[in-house]
Ligand binder design. Structure first.
Ligand code: PEP
Ligand code: MG
Length: 755
């Protein structure tokens, strides 16, 4: 073919001229098909565009009956064109009639053509249509011709994506590239956000597809790949963390691909067809994405993701574009869309512009989810191919309570969500009005509602929610959002900021709770069969006392001249508490000896998270200043269900006889010992859970910030004595089949409590 009419490079050059001509969209498409047909010595060239209803419409043809344009519509499962679209793969046949998928439309007059080459029109891995050439004679299209047609398809893809073709469509049957989408994922941060898409890794917009000078493009490609490789080598040597916050294994995978000869060959070949270096990267990347979307093996999918990421890096290298959108350019209602994201990257965005986050990966326990919740923005995860389905600036709505994402939503959906947002705002205003009221039940029982926090961004919540203090400060979050261990001085300044923000209100710091699902990306991962039962929390702290000691020193210094409350996670044996407490004493002695100002008082407590403590409560109470029940872990270990495994996490009910009996035992013994007992797990953050806890005798609850309003509103209307009178006998009965949750719900309904 090369000799025929100048080969692919000439075709591309001519295409560029056509793209620049000030003609209508239809004229441009018509010229494109004529050009391709002539260049490839084909009798037919046709463009089929995928429509929002999933069918493929003939948009232009050279060689087939012109009357069929915009009339011929194929179902997605029809014929060879449908097959190309479905599989996002080229089909190259010298005798199309003998292919089982062959079918023809008489109105097009195509039955006389025997050879067929169809390529998908791909953009970011999504099929936007199909480009076909056909010949009467049985001929074999060369690999080079297939390449050239694929390259041409890229140009057509940009035309479709730009919206230029929408003017040619019948209403409701527009090209699928701009279609309304309703996607379903999983909720990772509550809330509703309306706004516009901001791609976390902006798709580099390739404006120049066609090379003027192929050898020069090859040199640009090689130089960029060399720099990319060198950068990766340095990053791995330095022990950096990948952009998504993942472990260094990801960087290793990048490096492996960066040196892969097959990848380099595909890029080079794409440039040889006449593309610029960046257009070549886009082509190879789009193919990888298309394969990824059809890949079910999770291992292969991950590898294709890595390849996609690598291509992104290379693209940025070529275009010299910065990786994150500049803060100034963030629109007012930004909804960030990313494949995956590290927590620090989310914190880099200006909170005042953020309305939501959509991720292809991630789950409720991911670090970025923790940050999203702390920032109070809605977030939905596990939206497949989210990045490929949206364009920067698209209107988007996310519902973090249901896991819904609406892309380019129609007016009715927009107004329905607008109403939801206003309703939530009204409810928030009602809770705000309660902010300064003390939490006292109808029968005059005072309950202290504290906050669960862990980041600087959490601190404004103390004032906003009117909480009585911080009942659980998860110190590991500072470690988790970083790319390296925070120095003692950095820890110190965070703890000081927390104590300053809390003022007179108490703050309970929990020492590092890492390990299990809380991994630090910069710490070498230790492979464990059962990480939740493994080397984590206080176990790690006692075995590596340097870390715990430096944290303790930072805490003691931060609280100089004030009260310090500190507790240890995952205590399972009395001896562990004794050793941890001894470490506190040693640090106090050290600071005293060096003339540091000390806290006025240090309260040392333990978390009750491991069931073994239930049978050592007397000994424990004799030693601690206070206890705080971590009901998330206690529940996990009581029922032997992995809290991060969605298959089992919801299998049992925490508002059930065994859990409530255990919780009652702890608070009863605390009262007898004269030691305060709080509860800081998620159970306290739902009004029904809080009702149960107050009925059991708990008077200090620590909640997620957004739960303070609803829980306080419920408690103000509650008669705690009446609730205890209902609950206590239920727990004393020996029958295990009582549905405590139902009984409490009935009680709440009868009492007019808002749950
Ligand atoms: C708990 O286990 O209940 C708890 C509060 O700790 P975390 O959720 O941080 O494990
Ligand atoms: Mg815990």
């Amino acid at each position: 073919m090369r000799g025929a009419l100048g080969g692919p490079r000439v075709l591309l050059r001519r295409l560029r001229e056509v793209m620049a001509e000030p003609v209508s969209a239809q004229d441009r498409l018509d010229k494109i098909v004529v050009l391709i047909a002539a260049n490839m010595v084909a009798e037919v060239c046709s463009v089929y565009v995928l429509r929002v209803d999933g069918t493929l419409e003939l948009y232009a043809t050279e060689g087939l009956n012109r009357q069929a344009v915009h009339e011929t519509v194929m179902r997605a499962n029809e014929g060879l064109v449908g097959l190309v679209a479905r599989e996002a793969k080229s089909i190259n046949l010298s005798d199309a009639h003998s292919h089982p998928a062959f079918s023809y439309r008489p109105e097009t007059g195509e039955e006389i053509y025997r050879s067929f080459l169809g390529v998908p029109i791909l953009r970011a891995g999504n099929t936007l249509g199909v480009l076909v050439v056909q010949n009467r004679a049985q001929r074999t299209y060369s690999e080079e011709e297939e390449e050239a047609l694929q390259t041409t398809a890229m140009v057509v893809a940009e035309m479709i994506a730009s919206g230029e073709l929408s003017a040619l469509a019948r209403p409701g049957l527009e090209p699928a590239a701009r279609q309304v989408l309703h996607l379903k994922g999983i909720c990772i941060a509550d809330g509703i956000g309306l706004g516009h898409v901001v791609l976390h890794e902006p798709r580099v917009v390739v404006t120049n597809f066609i090379a003027d000078d192929v050898p020069k493009e090859l040199r640009r490609l090689e130089a960029a790949v060399d720099t990319l490789r060198a950068d990766l080598d340095v990053m791995i040597e330095r022990g950096d963390v990948a952009d998504g916050g993942e472990h260094r294994d990801v960087l290793e995978a990048f490096r492996m691909f960066a040196y892969d000869r097959g990848w380099m060959r595909r890029l080079t070949e794409a440039v040889m067809t006449g593309l610029t270096a960046e257009a070549a990267v886009e082509r190879v990347q789009s193919d990888a994405r298309a394969r990824m979307l059809r890949q079910t093996d999770p291992f292969m999918r991950d590898r294709l993701h890595d390849l996609d990421d690598l291509a992104n890096r290379l693209m940025r290298q070529l275009i010299g574009q910065d990786h994150a959108p500049s803060k100034e350019s963030l629109p007012d209602n930004a909804i960030i869309v990313a494949r995956s994201m590290g927590p620090a990257a989310l914190l880099d965005y200006d909170r005042s512009h953020l309305r939501g986050l959509v991720l292809e990966e991630g789950g409720p326990t991911s670090h970025v989810a923790i940050v999203a919740r702390a920032l109070g923005i809605a977030a939905v995860a596990q939206i497949e191919n989210a990045v490929g389905l949206v364009d920067a600036g698209d209107a988007i709505i996310i519902d973090g309570t249901e896991g819904d994402v609406h892309v380019r939503p129609p007016a009715d959906i927009q107004s329905a969500y607008g109403e939801k947002v206003r309703f939530r705002a009204r409810r928030q205003a009602q809770y705000q009005a309660l902010r300064h009221r003390k939490t006292v039940t109808r029968d005059r029982e005072s309950v202290a509602l504290m906050l669960n926090a862990g980041l600087l961004v959490d601190l404004p919540h103390i004032e906003e929610s009117g909480a009585s203090g911080i009942g659980l400060f998860r110190t590991e979050l500072q470690f988790m959002i970083r790319t390296a261990f925070p120095r003692t001085s950095e820890q110190l300044s965070l703890y000081q900021a927390v104590l300053d923000a809390a003022g007179d209100r108490p703050v309970t710091f929990r020492t590092l709770d890492i390990g299990g699902d809380k991994v630090l990306p910069y710490m070498r991962a230790v492979h464990e069969e059962n990480p939740a039962l493994g080397w984590r929390a206080i176990r790690l702290g006692l075995d590596r006392p340097g870390l715990l000691r430096s944290q303790m020193r930072a805490l003691l210094k931060a609280a100089a001249g004030r009260e310090l409350r500190v507790m240890f996670p995952m205590i399972a044996a009395i001896d562990e508490f004794d050793r941890a407490r001894a470490l506190v004493e040693r640090e106090l002695t050290h600071l005293r000896r060096h003339g540091h100002k000390l806290p006025d008082r240090v309260h040392v407590g333990a978390m009750v998270e491991v069931p073994s403590l239930l049978y050592q409560l007397d000994e424990l109470f004799a030693r601690v200043d206070f206890l705080s029940v971590g009901s998330n872990d206690l529940f996990q270990f009581l029922f032997a269900i992995d809290r991060s495994n969605s298959r089992v996490a919801d299998r049992f009910d925490p508002i059930s006889v065994p859990v409530l009996r255990a919780l009652k035992m702890i608070t009863d013994k605390g009262r007898a010992a004269g030691k305060p007992v709080a509860l800081c797990g998620e159970l306290a953050s739902s009004p029904l859970g809080a009702l149960a806890l107050v009925a059991l005798g708990y008077r200090v609850l620590s909640l997620t910030p957004s739960a303070v309003g609803p829980v306080k509103a419920m408690l103000l209307d509650l008669d705690a004595g009446k609730a205890s009178a209902l609950l206590t006998p239920l727990l004393e009965r020996t029958v295990g089949s009582i549905k405590v949750r139902d009984r409490l719900q009935d009680f709440a309904a009868a009492e007019g409590l808002q749950l």
